[in-house]
Design a binder for this molecule. Structure first.
Ligand code: MN
Ligand code: MN
Length: 464
């Protein structure tokens, strides 16, 4: 050590993160750009949790994955999947080692913030028909007005018939919108706090103007809309109760920047980790340990409900795998490792003050490894163990993954959580790994193509 120059010492002892754009070869950058073409296609076909689950299952089936058979004793190299209520997916490639040696699990979520229709959404006011909504997840409500929206989901009739709805995604479809006030008359609105710029009960979606003719009833526009819906879907007003209709941004995901270095689009939290982990799963041949991918629903509302990760379905699924081997789910779980794959905040030069810049993640600096999330003294965080983080950074370094550390904002600035704690509660080792994002939870989130590709490489190495 004593003979080393300052430069040599620095190289040996200090962190020297470099932009992935300086570290990767031209061929690697080309691979990343090509990979993100597929990612953009996925974002455009998977704008709701149901569509994301459907797209994922199609991709799994095309790669030889078959539905779980609970009585089958699976051997290494076999590939299965399980679809929970059309909203959450588990996929498995069985490994060479015993199941009781544990699994390598990557868990991401496929739900994203949006506007859900209320159970009695349709009304008419001022001879205009509108839908009432209740927003889902953490949104800045003012961002959702004065932009085109698609309406996607399902209506289930009393006899169980499920009618898929998807209006706005096809270029010849009409779109919908939440109106905002003109600035000329916004004196009072401008005095509101930004949080209430558009209030929850003002997130009303414009759906039509045309009155039903030859009628003496009062709400002719509403009547005409329900008539159109009846002709198209054979539904009446009662059927909205047993429907899940989601308004999401109607525009497609696109390349962003003159250098086309970024992906812009809705729902990247957390379909970016879902897609990068899913494609890693599709390429996994026969791994050492059994590789498991979990695409969960309801993360944005606290992982509640029977498709969220606080529910029992994942434990039941592992119990089903374990039983033919004469073991129990807990024998698998306690030896398992998990990456909670979710996005983290990226440094934004326009809003630098909410991050502590030594510990913040930066666009183009690779996939982010996060020890803890939470808020106000790590509340609600699973806080990964040092021993496990040592394994993960060794894995990343061995596989030439460009990675960085991340933290969800300055101490006491705010914060958030992921599914990590629910998986840690099952006695697995868990760490948060994901892609840094700008404008998170907005209708147009931004990621770096090189970071997206590095996440894919990281999950691939973890499964292998
Ligand atoms: Mn997320
Ligand atoms: Mn989120």
């Amino acid at each position: 050590m004593e003979n080393l120059s300052a430069k040599e010492l620095k190289e040996k002892l200090l962190i020297d993160n470099k932009n992935a754009g300086l570290r990767l070869t031209d061929a690697e950058i080309e691979s990343a750009v090509k990979y993100c073409g597929g990612y953009i296609d996925f974002l455009n076909c998977a704008k709701t949790e149901r569509l994301a689950a459907q797209c994922s299952v199609e991709m799994l089936e095309n790669h030889g994955f078959r539905p779980l058979d609970r009585n089958h004793r699976y051997k290494s190299g076999e590939k299965i999947y399980y679809l929970n209520r059309n909203k959450a997916v588990i996929a498995v490639v069985f490994g060479k080692r015993l199941l009781s040696d544990g699994i390598n699990l990557v868990a991401a979520h496929i739900d994203s913030p949006r506007l859900d229709l209320k159970p009695r959404p349709l009304y008419e006011q001022g001879q205009i028909a509108l839908f009432k909504t209740h927003y889902y997840g953490g949104i800045k409500k003012y961002q959702w007005s004065a932009m085109p929206l698609s309406l996607i989901g399902v209506i289930v009739k009393k006899d169980g018939t499920a009618i898929p709805v998807n209006i706005g995604e096809n270029p010849c479809d009409p779109v919908f919108t939440v109106t905002d006030l003109l600035p000329h008359l916004a004196n009072e609105q401008h005095k509101r706090s930004l949080k209430d710029g558009i209030k929850g009960e003002e997130l009303n979606i414009l759906i039509g103007l045309t009155p039903f003719r030859d009628d003496d009833e009062s709400e002719k526009v509403k009547l005409n809309i329900i008539k159109i819906l009846h002709e198209k879907y054979e539904i009446n007003e009662h059927d909205f109760l047993s429907a899940e209709l989601e308004a999401v941004p109607a525009y497609p995901a696109k390349d962003v920047g003159l250098d086309r270095s970024m992906v812009g689009g809705y729902g990247q939290d957390d379909r970016v980790c879902s897609y990068t982990a899913l494609t890693a799963m599709l390429n996994t041949k026969t791994p050492e340990k059994t590789a498991v991918l979990l695409l969960a629903d309801k993360e944005e509302v606290g992982s509640q409900g029977n498709t969220g990760l606080q529910a029992a379905y994942f434990r039941y699924f592992l119990a089903d795998l374990a039983k033919p081997h004469g073991i129990e789910a807990r024998d698998i779980l306690s030896n398992s490792r998990c990456l909670s794959a979710d996005v983290n905040v990226a440094f934004d030069p326009t809003f630098p003050d909410v991050l502590e810049k030594r510990n913040a993640a930066y666009l183009n600096y690779g996939v982010t490894l996060t020890k803890y999330t939470g808020r106000f003294g790590k509340l609600g965080s699973s806080d990964a163990n040092a021993e496990y983080l040592a394994q993960i950074r060794a894995l990343f370094d061995e596989n030439n993954i460009i990675w960085q550390t991340g933290e969800l904002g300055k101490v006491d600035e705010g914060g958030g959580g992921t599914v990590a704690l629910h998986l840690a509660n099952l006695d697995m080792d868990v760490a948060d790994v994901g892609v840094p994002v700008l404008s998170m939870h907005s209708p147009f989130e931004i990621t770096s193509k090189l970071d997206v590709y590095m996440a894919h490489k990281a999950f691939s190495a973890f499964f292998k």
